[in-house]
Design a protein around this ligand. Structure first.
Ligand code: HAM
Length: 421
């Protein structure tokens, strides 16, 4: 028996209501804020991720799905959504448009992680990016959208964590200070942090191991190292958030798991005790487009995992609206009635009424059981007597009341009942 690969899953019909709910809320949020949909391929050049996300992050070192295609080109399954958006921005000359260009996406992302609740090898991200502007008001728009999105879904138990990690000018000095601090504790660091100390000192700060967290407590704070421009930017982000009344917590140890960030970084954490997985995260990445060969183009964005959103919706007992069900089930007895049923199903669908017709030669009881499990409002039953009289039995599946009506009137009767619903 084959199974879906570890860390991936099928999204069954009964789950689709949640997916539709989340996708529709995402689309209407983006419509409201003027972000346009961009769909990028699931495959990208491996280097798009290795160069941008790089710097000793787990995603590049251990988690990317990479392969060579038949021509020998090294490709990767999409490991995150931001670099592909920047690639498309450059490839299609979107820098020629008035800036900022605002784009959003929803699609699968692949990371070879250790699967657990809320962490999968294939997950889906809804994300949005504003490219070509360094105004802190844009950072705040992106954070505001994240907050409004979660609220629009009905989620309320979350908090926004905020930090600034500086720029090309001020970050190197901070990295050095961190290195110095951690170097005196080298024997006490976990094996991963020993590597981070050499390759990516910022990531030392968000190691989850208790022994490393203790060392982080006394580590120098980035805010004492920000250059005046980064300080002003961070100050304004907080000022504008304050003006909107958006609550946030400053978290000087927040550094994010990808390497392209500059200045503002933020994460949204569920409040549930013990829940370690962020609902979403984002920030500024002012050097990424330049790294990909474009001009200096500041940008900021956010992404959230759809599976995690749905987990939290369920935890907070929020039900997704039901998907529309077929309106009517057509049951038949005997071959002649079957032909009438085939014709009637066609006519109903032509009239825009969702109809399911029985198939095979089940008993009437079996056919009605199927109608029940499909949750249709009506069943139409056509037997020999009905054929002779050119009628059908129309049963209301909720009240169980039924009446006999002429075959020629079924479509108009059901149309009428749809209108009055
Ligand atoms: P990220 O924090 O790596 O950021 O992922 C964004 C969100 O995707 C996470 O907060 C989480 O909700 C979800 N997620 C990540 N990995 C998994 C997983 N293995 N299973 C389930 N859900 C997961 C980014 O990818 C950036 N591109 C976000 C961004 C956009 N920054 C600027 N613009």
């Amino acid at each position: 028996m084959y199974k879906a690969p570890r860390g991936t899953s099928d999204i069954l019909p009964q789950e689709q209501g949640y997916w539709k709910y989340v996708k529709e809320k995402a689309a209407s949020l983006c419509q409201l804020y003027g972000y346009q949909l961009l769909t990028t391929p699931i495959l990208e050049d491996y280097q798009l991720f290795s160069r941008t996300v790089a710097g000793g992050t787990d995603i590049v070192d251990k988690e990317m799905y990479t392969f060579e295609d038949r021509s020998g080109q090294k490709l990767a399954l999409r490991a995150e959504g931001t670099a592909p958006v920047c690639r498309a921005y450059l490839e299609h000359g979107l820098f020629n448009l008035p800036q900022p260009v605002k784009l959003y996406y929803i699609g699968p992302v692949f990371r070879y992680e250790r699967p657990q609740a809320g962490r999968y090898r294939q997950h889906h991200q809804f994300g949005y990016e504003a490219l070509g502007e360094d105004d802190p008001a844009l950072d705040v728009e992106v954070i505001e959208m994240a907050q409004q999105f979660l609220l629009s879904l009905g989620l309320s138990e979350f908090s926004i964590h905020l930090n600034s990690i500086g720029c090309k000018l001020c970050q190197p000095k901070y990295r050095e200070a961190l290195k110095q601090h951690y170097s005196s504790y080298t024997p006490h660091l976990c094996p991963d942090c020993k590597i981070r100390l050499v390759r990516n000192p910022l990531r030392l700060l968000d190691c989850k191991k208790a022994s490393c967290q203790k060392i982080a407590e006394t580590a120098p704070k980035i805010t004492n190292y920000l250059c005046p421009e980064c300080q002003a930017h961070f100050h304004n982000v907080q000022r504008y958030l304050g003006a909107l009344g958006i609550p946030f917590q400053l978290n000087y140890r927040l550094v994010r798991g990808l390497d392209y960030y500059t200045r503002t970084v933020f994460e949204i954490e569920p409040q549930e005790e013990g829940a370690q997985s962020a609902l979403g995260g984002g920030g500024r990445y002012d050097n990424l487009i330049e790294q990909l060969g474009g001009k200096h183009t500041p940008a900021v964005g956010f992404a959230t995992g759809v599976e995690r959103l749905i987990l939290n919706l369920k935890r907070q007992k929020i039900k997704a609206p039901y998907l529309p069900r077929p309106v009517v089930f057509i049951a038949y007895l005997a071959e002649e009635a079957k032909i009438e049923a085939i014709k009637l199903a066609f006519e109903l669908r032509q009239a825009g009424i969702a109809a399911i017709k029985a198939t095979g030669d089940k008993s009437l009881k079996g056919q009605l059981r199927q109608a029940n499990s499909l949750g249709t409002n009506y069943a139409i039953i056509i037997g020999e007597k009905e054929i002779k009289n050119q009628t059908a039995v129309l049963r209301d599946m909720i009240t169980n009341k039924q009446k006999t009506i002429p075959l020629a009137k079924i479509v108009s009767t059901l149309k009428q009942s749809q209108v009055s619903k």
